[in-house]
Ligand binder design. Structure first.
Ligand code: ADP
Ligand code: ZN
Ligand code: ZN
Length: 762
């Protein structure tokens, strides 16, 4: 039997991750040793026994086999913070497909080489009288610098050293001589950089509502009973979720545990931080990409040492190395930004559950429109579900009008504003109230639709829209099916068939034509490119500097505008056609959020939803703000088509500078996945969805390969294929097989990435 060798890292400080040492795996450990394990190894010339972590195992010996030392033994798991982080990295590697080093870089804090801020203080050791007598002496001897320092020390017991050497102009030599004489001592306290600079203010605490008490009570009962669980709080904005999070965190702190609070975007950090800071003071800190490497590192050190108990930040805050974590809160759980776009492409929700498992902590998810995944698990008993239906801040749900744009065209209105929207806009302008116009351009990917009947050209195999390509073909980005672009609507024969090309700028122009003198603000990717412009536009609108705010999905999040009484959604169904199985879910979420923008204040609100598909369930349920209704229909579609969460899906993405080689590798890997696909030319013919029947739950389906939706970026060609299976473990197995093959083939310029349950089509 061939010998096995393990790559072991002895120091997990970030920059040394690539430096590993090879050890032989002794006979007795062959069966048990695995990547991510903590081992004891003889190190250096003295063979001192130290701890290390296995990051890879292979049969190849990189050095002289005769001089390669043996691993001594395996350490007991789960002692320190370090072991948990290594275990987590190993889990990420296994579940999402990446190297151990990539996984370690994901979970470990930023570089250690950053120097700690060191602050030194000069403290006097003598009494005031003694100092004064020394002062007299140095004045006589005309030791001016020394005298300046002693004069200060006569007044105060300790002075920052910087100030002494800077402002007072005292040399180190002088300071040293005084220290030698026993007059002073220089003390150094390494100080951790603290990014939070807020004044702690007193807060008026709310008395918890009955529902809030119930929820907090149940979570803590499970926790105290040794059964920490995962909970989903389904509650509209303003129903009091954040208040529940804070109470739970208080309870955890009282039990000596720590808390991680995840938010979807950095832009929302400040708001949340302010609220937590009011209650918890400087036990709270933040972690996000705007911090310097040094600050990030310091936050990790503060967390390890117990200087802070609560960290707030986007998904990477999940890796804060708390010694005894009690709870992970994930607010706005449904947001796409919780999925990492770089390898390892992890889901924050699932990773949070693994972190919680390692610590024995609870996980609390919150959303007004939960992801299908979370709600599905709540339905199937994996999570406990709590609903909060009442809004504590007042304001009513808006009255919603759904307008059929096909009917508008039929009755001669070719404008992008329906007659109802025009009427209500005029009314608001006349009353001096504010409106928001929302252009739904999410995931816009060149599909075409009919303005007369609303028909969208779809893939006959995947039930997602086809995308228009420059060569005049329509292509499915799951399976590669293609057909020529129709000139007339295949359903009604109308010639009004085209892609939707209106942008926010065009809408602004049309609006000004229609209502001369209207004051408008625009918020989209163009107008928010400059730093701070996002906040400036929001502030200007809040200050009533404009009558109408026009924008893309950016405007539907987070902020409250109490003066807005009208929301117009210009083309509600645009996002329904994004060629992605999550199109319905994303549309429902966007519409629900958009419609909910109206009527947050004292005045009641109205919303106009313009659409070509007024009967589509995502549109009708969003108009009615009916989450359960939407979920029940959407989950049927996912079950029927075998899409997550009803099943699992692995995307294998191939990148290559050469089209032929990329296509070929994708084909090879797809064939190697063990599911036999019918041979055929990618992108030209419909790939049949090939099914392999093992037993029902383990049924695997291969889709593709096909060129990615953006087939080439920066001259790198992109191909993708999908494997669907209800059993996640089977997909992990396929990933492992492919990883091994890729390692053996050593493709020169091709790169392969894995994406489990992808959020978007590539
Ligand atoms: P969510 O996180 O669901 O949007 P919040 O926790 O932010 O809801 O609560 C919304 C508003 O209601 C906040 O202004 C909050 O201070 C207030 N609030 C929350 N709980 C209570 C309560 N029990 N009594 C009174 N006001 C409350
Ligand atoms: Zn038509
Ligand atoms: Zn298809």
């Amino acid at each position: 039997m061939a010998e096995l060798y393990a790559d072991v890292i002895v120091d997990i400080s970030h920059e040394k991750l690539d430096k590993s040492f090879q050890y032989r795996v002794p006979e007795k450990l062959r069966a048990v040793l695995d990547t991510g394990m903590c081992v004891t190894i003889p190190f250096g010339s003295g063979n001192k026994l130290i701890r290390g972590y296995v990051i890879g195992i292979s049969e190849a010996c990189k050095f002289d086999p005769a001089r390669t030392k043996d691993i001594r033994g395996v350490c007991e798991n789960g002692v320190g913070v370090e072991d948990k982080m290594i275990a987590l990295a190993a889990w990420l590697r296994r579940n999402y497909g990446c190297t151990m080093i990539q996984a370690l870089k994901t979970v470990l804090p930023a570089k250690q080489s950053v120097k700690k801020l060191e602050r030194k203080t000069i403290r006097r050791l003598m009494s005031r009288e003694e100092i004064i007598s020394l002062l007299g002496e140095s004045e006589r001897k005309r030791q001016n610098a020394k005298a300046r320092l002693l004069r200060e020390l006569a007044e105060q017991e300790s002075i920052p050293r910087e100030w002494v050497t800077g402002k007072l102009g005292v040399s180190s030599q002088t300071i040293n001589s005084l220290e030698k004489a026993g007059a002073i001592r220089v003390v150094s306290a390494s100080e951790f950089r603290n990014p939070v600079k807020l004044e702690r203010a007193d807060e008026n605490r709310n008395i918890l509502s009955g529902r809030q008490t119930e929820i907090a009570g149940e979570v803590m009962k499970d926790f105290d009973g040794g059964r920490p669980g995962t909970y989903l709080i389904h509650g509209i904005t303003g129903s009091g979720k954040t208040e529940v999070y804070m109470v739970l965190i208080e309870e955890m702190l009282a039990r000596g545990r720590q808390a991680i609070v995840l938010i979807p975007e950095i832009a929302l950090t400040y708001q949340t931080l302010l609220r937590f800071y009011r209650r918890f003071g400087d036990r709270v800190s933040v972690m996000n990409s705007t911090l310097s490497q040094g600050e990030k590192y310091d936050q990790c050190e503060r967390a390890k040492k117990g200087d802070i108990d609560i960290i707030i930040g986007p998904r990477s805050a999940l890796f804060t190395p708390f010694p005894n974590l009690g709870i992970i809160v994930m607010d706005e759980e449904h947001e796409g930004s919780y999925k990492s776009e770089t390898t390892p492409k992890y889901h924050t929700r699932e990773t949070a559950m693994e972190v919680a498992r390692l610590h024995g902590a609870s996980v609390v998810l919150g959303s007004a429109t939960p992801s299908l995944e979370a709600y599905y698990r709540a339905q199937t008993g994996k999570y406990k579900l709590f609903t909060m239906k009442e809004r504590l801040t007042g304001g009513q749900l808006p009255k919603v009008y759904t307008v059929d744009l096909r009917q508008e065209l039929k009755e001669g209105n070719r404008s992008i504003f329906s007659r109802k929207l025009q009427e209500l806009l005029a009314d608001r302008l006349q009353k001096g109230q504010q409106s928001i116009l929302f252009l739904n351009r999410r995931g816009y990917a060149g599909f075409i639709s009919c303005r007369a009947c609303g028909q969208v050209v779809k893939c006959p195999h995947c039930d997602v829209s086809l995308s228009e390509h420059r060569n005049g073909m329509m292509i499915c980005h799951y399976c590669g099916y293609s057909e020529p672009r129709p000139m007339l609507c295949p359903k009604c024969g109308s010639k009004y068939i085209s892609g939707f090309r209106a942008g926010t700028q065009q809408i602004e122009e049309k609006l000004q034509e229609m209502f001369p003198g209207v004051r408008t603000l625009r918020m989209d990717a163009d107008t928010t490119r400059a730093k701070d412009s996002y906040g400036q536009i929001l502030a200007a609108f809040s200050n009533q500097e404009a009558d109408v705010l026009i924008g893309t999905q950016m405007i539907v999040k987070g902020h409250d505008f109490p003066k807005v009484t009208l929301v117009g959604v210009l083309a509600a169904d645009l996002s329904l056609s994004m060629g992605d199985y999550r199109a319905g879910e994303k549309t429902f979420q966007l519409l629900t959020q958009a419609v909910g923008r109206a009527g947050r204040g004292q005045l009641p609100g109205e919303a106009v939803v313009q659409t070509y598909q007024p009967d589509h369930y995502a549109v009708t349920y969003a108009a009615g703000q009916d989450y359960e209704g939407f979920y029940n229909e959407e989950i049927l579609y996912r079950e029927m088509m075998g899409y997550p969460p009803a099943s699992h899906m692995l995307a294998v993405q191939v990148f290559s500078p050469e089209e032929g080689r990329g296509r070929c590798l994708a084909e090879q890997l797809a064939a190697l996945s063990g599911i036999r696909a019918k041979a055929g030319d990618v992108g030209k013919s419909a790939k049949k969805q090939v099914e392999m029947q093992a037993d029902c739950a383990e049924k695997m389906v291969l889709i593709g390969p096909a060129p990615a939706s953006i087939g080439r970026i920066n001259d790198i060609f992109r191909f993708v294929f999908y494997v669907k299976c209800a059993k996640y473990d089977k997909l992990i197995h396929i990933k492992d097989v492919l990883e091994q093959k890729i390692q053996m083939m050593q493709p020169m310029n091709e790169l392969v990435q894995f994406d489990f349950d992808p959020m978007n089509t590539m």
